[in-house]
Design a binder for this molecule. Structure first.
Ligand code: UD1
Ligand code: UDP
Length: 382
């Protein structure tokens, strides 16, 4: 008898990190997979669904321009409720820390449907940073029945919260599975700017910024720092695929659009984005997923946040948490781009987040959970 699994997700990073697992479940005869997208993101979600050729069985289509956390949560719960009542899956699969994740898990709990949490156990222990992701992840953790922790550290965080060890599997992060499927040395960009960019002779910074807690002054500081960097380094090009959040689009346009060395472009599809990351010299970001991907490509990252729930690559030295002061971002970037030894020290490729086999381990863990297999999978180890 096939087990019915329903995946619920809604944003770009969830889709990227779920895609390899969903593809594998679709091929597995033990499982019937249903995909429900909340569409908390619209265009940025659709880009990923198209790339991985995934089709939603249910699309809640809840995104609104400048949506509030309460508004989007209310729309998800209202629309998901009837679908869960109708489909009654054996297990609901959520990923990470978005509002789609937490509200998906909460609605599932109301229907007494068991919950599997992919990328469980990351913590800053700071309620408001990242906001609201830290609480989304903790609250989902409380509700989850099966926990797929990407690293040993994440498992330890869950044990400290009295989660049963039997229900925690260390799997590695599926983002590495996804990344390995798209990065290609011979990749050719279609985007005119990237196609003609002289990666050999220019210094290239890849910039992304979108966190809610960075909107306002912190983001102004970030933009000021890259402005100053372009004034100091005439061979520097900054590529900034701007998130579709209108607040970020307005501020970046106002502060950066006139600078010839800073290129504000549309969000890139995952394929060109990952390959751009692989060819850049330095990544400046407040993203979660990029902190995991760049180290595995040997790209130094400055994290534009005061906290990180991903300490492993910081400890390995590839990621440096700089916060959002313009002075710190400017001076650390300058040091990395001009001091060859410092650069080499930070550019060593490290893979604390996975080995590309996270999906395999998650499916083995699901088989074990459902009694399809008697063998518990081995944990991912560095
Ligand atoms: C969301 C997640 C965040 C995740 C990020 C990944 C929450 C609360 N936030 O933040 O954890 O790191 O996604 O990118 O779950 N918009 C569009 N089209 C899109 C996507 C967004 O127009 O395809 C605009 C809309 O105006 C929307 C706004 O961006 O209201 C913000 O989107 P939202 O999902 O609320 O927050 P993000 O900052 O994207
Ligand atoms: N990404 C992408 N195109 C872009 C910017 C990012 O495909 O223009 C990918 C990136 O490689 C990573 C994911 O989107 O896999 C990260 O998403 P985001 O930074 O929006 O969210 P977070 O990881 O912070 O939740």
């Amino acid at each position: 008898m096939q087990k019915k699994i329903m995946a619920v997700f809604g944003t770009r990073p969830e889709a990227i990190k779920m895609a390899p697992l969903l593809k594998a479940l679709q091929k597995n005869e033990n499982y019937q997979l249903l995909i429900t997208v909340t569409a908390q993101h619209r265009e940025m979600l659709d880009q990923v669904m198209d790339l991985f050729q995934l089709k939603a069985d249910y699309d809640l289509d809840i995104m609104k321009d400048r949506q509030t956390l309460s508004g989007l949560s209310a729309r998800i719960i209202t629309k998901l409720d009837g679908i869960l009542a109708e489909e009654k899956p054996d297990l609901l699969l959520v990923h990470g820390d978005t509002s789609s994740t937490f509200i998906g898990a909460l609605t599932s709990f109301y229907h007494q449907i068991e919950i599997a949490h992919v990328e469980a156990g990351l913590r800053t222990h700071n309620k408001y940073s990242p906001f609201p992701e830290e609480m989304n992840r903790q609250l989902t953790g409380v509700l989850a029945d099966l926990n797929f922790a990407p690293t040993k550290r994440a498992k330890e965080n869950l044990l400290l919260e009295n989660k049963a060890a039997e229900k925690i599997f260390v799997t590695g992060n599926t983002v590495i599975d996804a990344l390995l499927s798209v990065v290609d040395q011979n990749y050719k960009f279609e985007n005119e700017l990237l196609k003609n960019l002289d990666f050999e002779n220019k210094k290239v910074i890849l910039l992304t910024a979108h966190r809610r807690e960075n909107l306002g002054e912190p983001m102004e500081n970030i933009f000021r720092a890259v402005q100053q960097l372009t004034e100091k380094m005439k061979d520097l090009e900054v590529i900034f695929p701007v998130h579709l959040n209108p607040v970020i689009r307005e501020l970046s346009k106002k502060m950066l659009a006139k600078n010839q060395q800073i290129h504000l472009i549309e969000p890139l599809d995952y394929l060109p984005f990952a390959n751009l990351m692989a060819r850049s010299d330095l990544v400046l970001t407040d993203s979660g997923g990029i902190q995991e991907e760049a180290p595995s490509l040997g790209k130094p990252v400055l994290v534009l946040r005061d906290t990180t729930e991903r300490p492993e690559a910081v400890e390995a030295g590839t990621v440096l948490k700089v916060g959002t002061s313009a002075e710190a971002i400017y001076s650390e970037s300058l040091k990395l781009l001009t001091d060859v030894e410092e650069y080499q020290r930070r550019a060593a490729a490290v893979n604390p987040y996975g080995d590309g086999k996270a999906v395999e381990r998650i499916i083995k863990a699901m088989n074990y959970y459902f009694g399809i297999s008697k063998k518990r999978p081995h944990d991912f180890e560095l």
